[in-house]
Design a protein around this ligand. Sequence first.
Ligand SMILES: [Zn+2]
Ligand SMILES: [Zn+2]
Ligand SMILES: [Zn+2]
Length: 173
Amino acid sequence: MGQLDESRFETAIGGGCPACGERALEIRTFLDRTLVMMAGEPNDAGKWAHDGEKFVDGTYRIACTACAHVVFASDACPRCHAEGGLSRALGVASRVVVPKRCASCKELELLAIALIPATTRYVAGETPKPKPLADFGDAGYHVVAYACESCDAAVVAQTCPLCDAPGPLRPRP
Ligand SMILES: [Zn+2]
Ligand SMILES: [Zn+2]
Ligand SMILES: [Zn+2]
């Protein structure tokens, strides 16, 4: 379970900003993104691959869009909850680097999954439309794992993919 679960999340912000009553809040969260990689570079911007529980689980900041009141903020790592891990997660580029070719079969196309920071305007009852806060290669954009469909070889980050704390990682919802 994350810092927030869905019921705490709804209780905290279901009624909008507790300071001014504004319904729209800005949420920052780390979300899953899948990428098709060709020779070490993404083919396109990739696709979101999270669900509602993961959206809540990765949340590290919630603030009002009208009065800037901070409803929730945590500087722990959003993935493993290591203290102070958020600044390491946001300040460092991906430690897992996708190679140009599969090390086993030399295939050029690899599938990668990343955890990346995103921002979204959130109104209770509406589906959020997150926007990435980092591009591939930037600080904060962390490849978690990649795999080759031709030979089933796979590489997974051995430490926390966000802050580099040693495992084992807590399970995600
Ligand atoms: Zn407000
Ligand atoms: Zn971590
Ligand atoms: Zn392969």
